[in-house]
Structure formats: structure tokens, C-alpha cells
Design a protein around this ligand. Structure first.
Ligand code: DPP
Ligand code: ZN
Length: 874
């Protein structure tokens, strides 16, 4: 397969001004007629016109009304070339496609009997021949013809301009989108769907119709998504000054979808997982995810659609920025500290690992084989961190001035990440040239910090050294411009006023240091006593920080830091240190003993009167097995798992009464509600239940089963069931069966049932997962099912997946090969579980490598899977 390089980017030779599409949707096949108004960019040269196209049957081509002869064009599996075309002309192309057989879920396909599309990144070329690249922006008109009974709803982008009946029971709808857009934002939906209507009035007084389409049995699960949408629309007006621009905004939920959702202009298509919720079926986490994804796709209307990407190397232009925007939005809906903790946890666990492995790439990648493989944690989450750093550097007002200029300057254009930085720079009269390296350098930077207090001079010095490890293709790194938010705490836990050498006034509270050199020192004056340093507050940069804090300093920060993120972080650092120490003991066969100071601290936190109970629950949660693995030169999944379980058990034993009392005290009073306070209460109470269940005592097991049986919401049911699946006792079987019997008709709930079993600690988990792949509810063609079972097992259950026999690896290899011919995008996600293979011991390395080699030499493997596997073996 061919590699595409950023350095080869050229502006298109031809533009498409308007697109007229005509779809005849049939039961076996669909015909697509497309009329394109095309013009040449350069007057001097007349290069051939090369249109992208895949899996298309070409029926006819006409140029300005003349039927073209076979010798006028050349067809190959990925393109259609016209050798001689005039400067301006109309091209009419008729193609035939087979949506019902399209298992790739890219292009036009069917889900649950309804038609839908997914065109990002390169799915439009599976619908018709086109210049399928984001810098070709055209105005679309779309006519859809289909059987009226089967497909009463016919949707596309923009406004409905005509509809009517045809003979033989067909009807049609014609949609027109006034905004020029790239082909990846095209969408079509046809089917039998229930519509829910609402309205939003923009701040300038325009009425926008909000239509949400779901399958009719899901009618009762749409309220939360609709409410989230309206909150997002209002928020974007207030915080970014962005108003919605069409008269209608539609969201359609489908069950078979490769991604989470898609921001098609005026017609978002969603994975139903991110739309449907009611308390009985969706957990608090589901609710939060829905709110976040609904907002994310809505925010794309400006950061992505009105201003789009020049090419796919610029993907983070829209994704990094939009993730940052949805993170800000979600933080504003509840507890900002908890939101930040969740986001950083996710970033450090998965993005840091990606950045340290064979798939490491800059936020603006330099090359790819298959662009779908670059919808990554790095492009999305590290990309969002880059925007967050800009926010820290410019401050809220400067940042807003920058984004105003960006939207204003580039409205209607396809631009680059560099254009984004330039707008922020221009609006603030600032030089961000060094900062731009964040986009081009891969790898997680490391900061090594030493501190010195001089009592005589009352100065405090921080010496900071930055480095960044090599990544594929980038052996040497240049220093980055890094915002480091800090505070220095006095002995009472108060922030000291901070005055740097050369400054006349001090800043009280958090201040942001700007690092630019490989090594530099910051000297603070008038520091009356040795302070406790609170560094990298709210995780102001995506870096690894090394600072030799003493344990008592960490305990102090955990108790007192004004920065709530850093309070949590101090606790995590203590836990990491203790666990890694015990991992060593475990490996050497020594008896494990848990530090009593740690136990006491956990007890104190449980008893504290901190009102944000979700925050307390996060402090009580030990770092995940994946996160702990990042600290080991050679990852030992068994030792990590056993040690972590030992600590949970030890805490439960030592603090049993306190956990039990807290569990009781947090019992619900009154009716079910879903607000931050109640969600926090459920989270903390279920954390207590989780610890208690470590004791595996009959009374606690039956209490857990009680909760499972009597809870009035899915959060509490899942919390109980996720503990019951680990145990040997009879409660496990009973609960799993009860759950299945109750929810077998609800596909999204059954996904949870698959996942919990895939994540079980039990020794027989792999055997059970294998059995479940034959369960009637499991479907290899449904990405949610694949992710819920095989994805969860291979990416979420390290102790069982990395079984030293290699059986887990063989299982994954089998399924990658089974899935690849059906859905290469999802197969490539699955195979990525092998990415960190070189981090393990010799035996596991060989076993994983054998699977990678087996996949690599399979004939006809997709370029999606090929790219991941070959980079792993390089
Ligand atoms: N639909 C995906 C997202 O919003 C890709 N654009 O992130
Ligand atoms: Zn996005």
C-alpha cells in the first residue's frame, strides 16, 4: 500500500462548485446520479481530471451532455481519470452501489433496515466518483427517491425544498444545503424512524427546529440528548459567540456505526449509544458521555464545518479544538475538577502509551497509509491539550479574541493547524513559533524538577530540565514552549504570593511559568519558609513530571492543595509509589504489607465532609492497571493485578466498618434524580460497595445482590453486577441470568452485559468470552458488539488478555482476521491492542509477535490492518 505524505500536498487542479445528487434507493441496489459543475484552477495547464471512487459500478458518464466513450477515460479500482476536459464543464455520472451488502459501514449502508451514510474521512468516494478531499467545497442539492411505506423519512443536509409522490408507491424529497462543504460532511438517511421535535431560539431571535430521529421502540430514551443539545447551543453562543446557522438541526441514531457520531452539516448521525438514555437503561457515565458527544458534534458546526481542514493531516484542527470545547462545556455542567481528573486519566493512560509505542505520531502527522488509523488519542486528546495550553498562555479573554479572529478570518475555508495558531498569535500580538513544535513533534515530554530553599535570602528556586524521548522517525527533539501552572503552599496550606526575580509585584494564587529552554531556573523571592510545591496545576501541559517529593509533602498536598486536581494527583502519586513497591515485593516472592499511613489517610478521606462526593470517589480509586503499567520498564500484568487487588482487599479489611457505614449513610432518600450531587452520591456509595466486595463475605454478597435486584437505575445495577461477575459464589450466575432475561431486547444494555463478563477477574474469563462470541446476541457486523466483548477483553482486562499461555493473543488474532474482510476500520482498532507488545517480557513478546506476523502474511489484508501491523513489526 501507498504512503501519503504531508509534504506532497498540492492544491487541487479542479474545483467542484455545485453537486446535484439523485438517489434511487432499492432493496438490492441503489443508483446514484450526480451532476457536477467543475472548473479548472489553472488556465495555463490542463491536467487530467482524477476522481476518487471505490466499490462503484460505473453506468455512464456525460460531459456537457455528450456521452463519453471508453477511450476518453480510464477506470481503476480507486479512481476514474478523464484525460481531456475543458476549463469549465458539467459532468454527469451514473453509478450503482450495494448498500445492503456494505459491511464496512463507510459510504452508504443499511442499519436495522434503514439507509444511512458515513463519509468521513473517505466514504463519499464509495457513493459516487468525486474529488473526495476536504479542500474541495461545493454546494449540494440532494434528491432521494424510495418506497414510501418502507422509508417514510428521507433526509439529507440543509433545508427541505421539495417533496412529493411518484408512481409505484415511491416518494421523493429534495434537500438543499446553502453552505459549501467538503464531501466528508455529506449525509443521507432514509427509513422508518420516529421523529421528536423541539425548538431552539438563537440569541439573535432565529427559530431553529430540532428534530431527533430514533427507532420507534426507543422513543422514550431521547429526552436527555435533546436537552443536552439545547444546552450546548446556548453555551456556544455565550462562551464562543457562535450561533447556529440553518433553520433545522437533525440528529439520527443508528445501531451500526464505526465511530461515536458524525457532525454532517445539519444532519448529525449518531451511534445510538450516544443518544439513547433513560434511568433504567443508562448509567450516569452514559448520560455524561451522551451530553459530551452531542455537544462535540454540535460544536463542530463551527470548529469543523464552517471552518474545515485543508487535508487530513490537519485533522486535529477540528478535533483537538472541538474536544477542548466539549471538555470545557462538560466542566461547566458539573464539577470542573472531576471532569479534569477524568480527562487527564484517560490521556495519561491511553495517549501517553500511544505516544511511547510504534504508532507514535505528531498531532499533525507527517504521513499515513490509511487516514482512518489517525483518528487517534493523539490527534483528539493531545490535540485538545495543545489548545488548552494556548488557553493557559493567552488567558480566557486573549483566547476568545483569538478564536473570534480565527472564525472570522477563515469562515468558509479549508485551513491548517498553523492558520489556527496564527489567528491566536495575531489577535494577541504574540510569538508562538516555538509553541508550534507541539504540532510537529511526537512523544511525551518529560520535566525533571529540583527545588532549593534558601532561608537566609528567603528565595526558592525551581530548576527545570525538559527532554522528550525519541519516537519513530524523530530521534531528536527540540525544546518546547510549555505552560507550567504552579503554586507554593505555606505550612497552613495557603498559596504564597509569588514574585520572580526582576518583578516588582507578587501574584497570589496559581501562576503560569513559561518554559522555553532545555534547562532553566525560576527564583521566587520573599518566601518566608520552605513551601510545599504544587506543580503542573490542573495538568497545564501534557507532560510527565519528575519531582522527588517526600511522602509527607504528598500527604500534605492531598489534604490542602487549593488546586483540586493536584490534591487528587498527590493521592495518585502516593498510590503509584506504594503499588510499585509492592509489585517488586510480589515479584521477589516477599510477603505483601500495606503501609499503615496510607490506610489511615484513606480512612480520613472517607470521613471527610468534602461536599463533592464524586471527587472523593476519584481520590479513593487506585490507579488503573494500564496506568501503573506505564511506570514499569518491563510490564508484569500479573504482578500489577495481584498487587492492586491485594491493596484493595487490605483497605477493605482495615476499613470495613467505615466503608459499610458510609455505604449505609449514602443510601438514597427520595426519588431518583440525576444531578451532580446525586451522581456523586451514587459514585461514592458504589465505590464503598466495590471495596466491601473485595472481602467476598456472604453478607456483603447478598447486600450487593440486593442492590442489583432493587435499584431503580442502571448506575446502581451495573455497579453491583460489575462486582458480582468477579466472584465464585452462586450470586454471579443468578445476577447475570436475571440481567439477560430482563434486558435481552435492549441491544445497548446487552452490550454492558458482554462487557462486564469480558472484564471479569475470573480465571475462566477467556473461555467465557469465547463462548459469548457464539451467543445469539453477538454480531460481528455490529461495531458496538465487537467493542463491548472483544475490545473490552483485549484492551480492558490486561491480566486475562496477557495470560502467559498466549491464548488471549490467539483469540484476538483470530477475530482480527475474521473481522478484517467485513469491517477493516474496526479490525484495525482491535489489532491495536498489540501495539505495546515490546513492553512485555520475552515470552509474551514472542507470542504477540507471532500473532502480528500471522496477520501480516495473510493475503488480502486491508490497508487499515496492514498499516498497524507493519508499524508494529518495523
Ligand atoms: N465524527 C467524529 C468526531 O466527531 C469524526 N469527525 O470526532
Ligand atoms: Zn469530532
Amino acid at each position: 500500500p501507498q504512503t501519503i505524505d504531508l509534504k506532497d500536498y498540492k492544491i487541487p487542479d479542479y474545483y467542484i462548485e455545485t453537486v446535484d445528487l439523485h438517489f434511487e434507493l432499492g432493496e438490492k441496489q441503489t443508483t446514484v446520479r450526480s451532476r457536477l459543475a467543475i472548473s479548472r484552477y489553472s488556465e495555463a495547464k490542463a491536467p487530467p481530471l482524477v476522481l476518487n471512487g471505490e466499490a462503484l459500478e460505473l453506468l455512464s458518464i456525460q460531459l456537457d451532455g455528450q456521452v463519453l466513450d471508453k477511450k476518453d477515460y480510464q477506470q481503476n479500482p480507486e479512481s476514474l481519470t478523464l484525460f481531456q476536459v475543458p476549463e469549465r464543464f458539467t459532468l454527469e455520472i451514473e453509478t450503482r452501489i450495494y448498500p445492503q451488502d456494505n459491511t464496512t459501514l463507510s459510504g452508504l449502508y443499511t442499519s436495522g433496515g434503514n439507509f444511512c451514510t458515513q463519509c468521513e474521512a473517505e466514504g463519499f468516494r464509495r457513493i459516487t466518483y468525486f474529488l473526495d478531499r476536504p479542500d474541495v467545497m461545493a454546494r449540494y442539492t440532494t434528491t432521494i427517491v424510495a418506497d414510501k411505506k418502507k422509508y417514510p423519512v428521507l433526509l439529507s443536509n440543509g433545508n427541505l425544498v421539495a417533496q412529493g409522490e411518484e408512481d409505484n408507491g415511491h416518494h421523493f424529497a429534495k434537500w438543499q444545503d446553502p453552505f459549501p462543504k467538503p464531501s466528508y460532511l455529506f449525509a443521507l438517511v432514509a427509513g422508518d424512524l420516529a421523529r421528536i421535535e423541539d425548538e431552539f431560539v438563537t440569541r439573535s431571535g432565529r427559530k431553529v427546529a430540532l428534530h431527533m430521529y430514533v427507532q420507534s421502540h426507543n422513543r422514550d430514551k431521547r429526552e436527555h440528548a435533546m436537552a443536552s443539545l439545547k444546552r450546548a447551543m446556548a453555551w456556544d453562543e455565550q462562551v464562543y459567540g457562535r450561533e447556529y446557522d440553518l433553520d433545522i438541526y437533525m440528529i439520527v441514531a443508528v445501531d451500526d456505526f464505526n465511530m461515536g457520531a458524525m457532525e454532517n452539516k445539519g444532519l448529525n448521525i449518531f451511534n445510538s449509544k450516544y443518544v439513547l438514555a433513560k434511568p433504567e437503561t443508562a448509567t450516569d457515565t452514559d448520560y455524561e458521555n451522551i451530553e459530551g458527544v452531542i455537544a462535540h458534534e454540535y460544536f463542530h458546526n463551527w470548529s469543523g464545518n464552517r471552518v474545515t481542514c485543508r487535508d487530513w493531516f490537519q485533522l486535529s484542527l477540528k478535533e483537538g479544538f472541538t474536544v477542548f470545547r466539549d471538555q470545557q462545556f462538560s466542566a461547566d455542567q458539573g464539577s470542573p475538577a472531576v471532569k479534569r481528573i477524568q480527562d487527564v486519566n484517560h490521556l495519561r493512560t491511553y495517549q501517553f502509551r500511544e505516544d511511547a509505542g510504534p504508532m507514535a505520531h505528531p498531532v499533525r502527522p507527517e504521513s499515513y497509509v490509511e487516514v482512518n488509523n489517525f483518528y487517534t488519542m493523539t490527534v483528539y486528546e493531545k490535540g485538545a491539550e495543545i489548545v488548552r495550553m494556548l488557553y493557559h498562555l493567552l488567558g480566557p479573554e486573549g483566547f476568545r479574541q483569538g478564536t473570534d479572529l480565527y472564525f472570522d478570518r477563515h469562515d468558509g475555508q479549508a485551513v491548517t493547524t498553523d492558520d489556527f495558531v496564527k489567528a491566536l498569535e495575531d489577535a494577541n500580538a504574540l510569538d508562538l513559533s516555538q509553541f508550534r513544535r507541539w504540532y510537529s513533534q511526537a512523544g511525551t515530554p518529560e520535566l525533571r524538577i529540583s527545588r532549593a530553599y534558601d532561608a537566609e535570602k528567603s528565595t526558592y528556586t525551581l530548576k527545570i530540565k525538559q527532554t522528550c524521548p525519541p519516537t519513530p522517525g524523530q530521534p531528536h527533539k527540540a525544546p518546547l514552549h510549555i505552560p507550567l501552572a504552579i503554586g507554593l503552599l505555606d505550612s497552613q496550606g495557603e498559596d504564597l504570593p509569588l514574585r520572580l526575580a526582576g518583578e516588582t509585584t507578587a501574584v497570589t494564587g496559581t501562576r503560569v511559568l513559561e518554559l522555553r529552554q532545555e534547562e532553566e531556573a525560576f527564583v521566587f523571592h520573599d518566601i518566608p519558609c520552605e513551601p510545599a510545591p504544587s506543580l503542573l496545576r490542573s495538568f497545564s501541559a501534557p507532560v510527565k513530571l519528575y519531582l522527588d517529593l517526600r511522602d509527607e509533602e504528598r500527604y500534605f498536598l492531598l489534604a490542602h492543595d487549593k488546586d483540586r486536581f493536584n490534591r487528587w494527583e498527590a493521592g495518585q502519586q502516593l498510590a503509584v509509589k506504594i503499588i510499585l513497591g509492592l509489585v517488586k515485593d510480589y515479584q521477589q516472592g516477599k510477603p505483601l504489607v500495606l503501609d499503615s499511613a496510607f490506610i489511615e489517610t484513606v480512612g480520613r478521606i472517607l470521613e471527610s465532609d468534602e461536599p463533592d462526593q464524586a471527587f472523593v470517589a476519584h481520590i479513593l480509586a487506585l490507579p488503573s492497571e494500564h496506568y501503573l503499567a506505564e511506570f514499569m520498564a518491563v510490564i508484569d500484568p500479573d504482578a500489577i493485578h495481584e498487587t492492586r487487588c491485594f491493596i484493595r482487599r487490605s483497605l477493605a479489611k482495615a476499613l470495613q466498618e467505615l466503608f459499610a457505614a458510609t455505604y449505609q449513610a449514602l443510601t438514597k432518600t427520595g426519588a431518583y434524580r440525576r444531578d451532580p450531587k446525586e451522581m456523586g452520591r451514587r459514585k461514592l456509595r458504589n465505590t464503598c460497595l466495590g471495596y466491601l466486595m473485595e472481602l467476598d463475605e456472604p453478607d456483603i454478597r447478598s447486600q450487593c445482590l440486593q442492590q442489583f435486584n432493587h435499584a431503580d437505575n442502571m448506575t446502581d445495577v451495573i455497579a453491583a453486577l460489575s462486582r458480582l461477575v468477579d466472584i465464585e459464589g452462586p450470586e454471579r450466575k443468578i445476577a447475570l441470568q436475571t440481567f439477560y432475561d430482563k434486558w435481552q431486547e435492549d441491544s445497548l444494555v446487552i452490550d454492558k452485559w458482554f462487557t462486564l463478563q469480558a472484564l471479569s477477574r475470573r480465571q475462566d474469563t477467556l473461555a467465557r468470552v469465547q463462548e459469548l462470541t457464539h451467543h445469539p446476541a453477538f454480531k460481528l457486523t455490529n461495531p458496538n458488539k465487537v467493542r463491548a466483548l472483544i475490545g473490552a477483553f483485549s484492551q480492558g482486562n490486561p491480566a486475562r488478555f496477557h495470560d502467559p499461555s498466549g491464548k488471549g493473543y490467539g483469540f484476538l488474532g483470530d477475530y482480527v482476521l475474521k473481522l478484517d474482510p467485513l469491517n477493516p476500520q474496526v479490525a484495525a482498532r482491535l489489532v491495536s491492542a498489540f501495539n505495546p507488545w515490546q513492553r512485555y517480557d520475552q515470552n509474551r513478546q514472542e507470542l504477540m509477535k507471532a500473532q502480528l506476523e500471522r496477520i501480516a502474511k495473510t493475503p488480502q489484508i486491508s490497508k487499515d490492518v496492514y498499516e498497524i501491523v507493519s508499524k508494529n513489526l518495523a
